[in-house]
Write a protein that binds this ligand. Structure first.
Ligand code: FAD
Length: 446
């Protein structure tokens, strides 16, 4: 099936000996506690899973800054691309949805057609965390090492924790992708969209945004609204826009033929959302292709008017080289087969997305990485999200190539939390019940 991950540059070369040493010393260490499970990351997936483990009576600890990405690594003024009904964390009873939070706090809410602001979602997600998982430990995990039985986690504050199971819920961290052609630019002239929370510092500047998806278009629009002069460089010949959701009640036959899921209309999307367990059984090539293309780069329907007339949009333009000259970034750009022209700009923002790679996870020891079975740097997972290292689980983006495109979005958190909890809990929920629950919550129009 997959290939083992080789020796990886992100890990110091002495890691194996460090790990062996830890194994030898494990029995004599004085651990602060020894929970069944340690969750790394307190984003939507980590916190949803923790809420389920809590309800199932599983002893766990969870580490990280709650909702750090949503609070600090997305731009102010941003709106979610997912509709209201697809913008939830998952509690076992399915009660604390975004709709409930908005109703409680007098905020506008709509299942479809009412864009959710980042601010509202981040407040909801934090409120969820405080209600269900108040025990988040706000410290980063610096290292994870395999012991003879279980794992040892080294925390950034110097403490050490031992756990039987480890769940990696670090989402898009360490996955920001910047094309190699930009690598000659110094950091003051180049950033990734993940680096920005407050775009107002670009007021009065000329900024080039590279990319053609939601993040690129929205960042460009927000920059323009902050008073920057923005050029959007898009490799494809046209921008793709999502269509406005239609709120009309559809005839039964239409609903059956093109079922509605949280991620949109169509049988394929419905299957990805309702029965992600089937995805693993597809051939590897098809799985990878579907994850890369389903719900691929496109602008949200509500962004189109805001982009019109505000940006210089250069379609079909490819950047082949970039370098710093006299304090500015100079991009070498060509349109199709046309000549290369130079474009100078004050700053370049790569809105070029995220690519998960096991090699880039700095906290996994070399020993663990060398034992992981992987497909193109993604862990091969069991039907319970467990990797080939017993007791080590991966969620979210890392699990998308096994469980499908829904795992790239908030919508996949519910299934993930139920499935992993089912594995870790002593009182097991039957597989049939789990599948039924998943399908029932997604039969939206029936
Ligand atoms: C700009 C942008 C917009 C998006 N919009 C949408 C949208 O509208 N709808 C949607 O469904 N999805 C959206 N997504 C995808 C979205 O990020 C995921 O759906 C969701 O956040 C995934 O949750 P997660 O918990 O897996 O990851 P994250 O939200 O990335 O959370 C992972 C957490 O792990 C923490 N962490 C990392 N390393 C460590 C460590 N060593 N120790 C402790 N903690 C650690 C991080 O600080 C972070 O808080 C968007 C993504 C981006 C970048």
């Amino acid at each position: 099936m997959g290939n083992a991950v080789g020796h990886l540059p992100a890990v110091p070369s002495n890691s194996i000996s460090v790990e062996s040493e830890l194994r030898l010393r494990a029995s004599s260490r004085n651990y602060t506690s020894h929970p069944t499970a340690a969750i790394i990351g307190a984003g939507p997936y980590g916190v949803s899973l923790a809420a389920h483990l809590q309800a199932a009576g599983v002893d766990f600890r969870i580490f990280g800054q709650p909702m750090h990405r949503w609070r600090f690594q997305m731009p102010k003024g941003m709106f979610l691309k997912s509709e209201g009904c697809a913008s939830n964390l998952a509690d076992p009873a399915g009660r604390y949805m975004l709709s409930h939070y908005c109703a409680e706090n007098g905020l506008p809410y709509g299942e479809w057609g009412a864009p959710v602001s980042r601010e509202t979602f981040a407040q909801y997600a934090l409120s969820f965390q405080r209600n269900f998982v108040p025990n988040v430990e706000q410290v980063m995990v610096a290292g994870v090492y395999a012991l003879r039985e279980g794992f040892e986690l080294g925390l950034a504050n110097g403490a050490t924790v031992r756990a039987s199971k480890v769940i990696v819920a670090t989402g898009m961290d360490h996955a920001a992708y910047t094309p190699h052609v930009l690598s000659r630019l110094p950091s003051e002239l180049l950033s990734h969209t993940a680096d920005h929370h407050d775009l107002s510092r670009f007021k009065g500047k000329e900024v080039s945004v590279i990319g053609g998806g939601q993040s690129a278009i929205e960042t460009a629009v927000l920059l323009a609204e902050e008073g920057a002069s923005v050029r959007l460089l898009v490799r494809k010949p046209a921008l793709v826009w999502n269509s406005t959701p239609k709120m009309v009640r559809r005839p039964f036959y239409q609903r059956l033929r093109h079922p509605l899921s949280n991620l949109g209309v169509g049988a394929e999307l419905w299957i990805y959302c309702a029965i992600p367990m089937l995805f693993r059984h597809l051939p590897q090539q098809i799985r990878h292709q579907r994850v890369a293309t389903v719900l691929g780069p496109a602008g949200a329907w509500w962004l189109r008017d805001r982009a019109a007339g505000r940006l210089q949009i250069l379609l079909g333009h490819t950047v082949s080289r970039a370098e710093a000259k006299s304090g500015r970034a100079v991009l070498q750009v060509s349109e199709g087969e046309g000549p290369i022209v130079e474009m100078a700009t004050d700053h370049v923002i790569a809105a070029t997305g995220y690519r998960f790679s096991l090699a880039h996870l700095p906290f996994l020891s070399h020993g663990i990485k060398s034992q992981l079975r992987a497909e193109q740097q993604h862990p091969v997972l069991s039907s319970d999200f467990e990797s080939s290292v017993p007791g080590l689980y991966f969620t979210g983006l890392a699990s998308a190539k096994c469980f499908g495109p829904a795992m790239r979005f908030l919508d996949g958190a519910d299934y993930t939390a139920r499935r992993v909890t089912r594995r870790l809990a002593t009182r097991r929920q039957s597989f049939a019940r789990l599948a039924l629950q998943s399908v029932r919550t997604r039969c939206k129009e029936f």
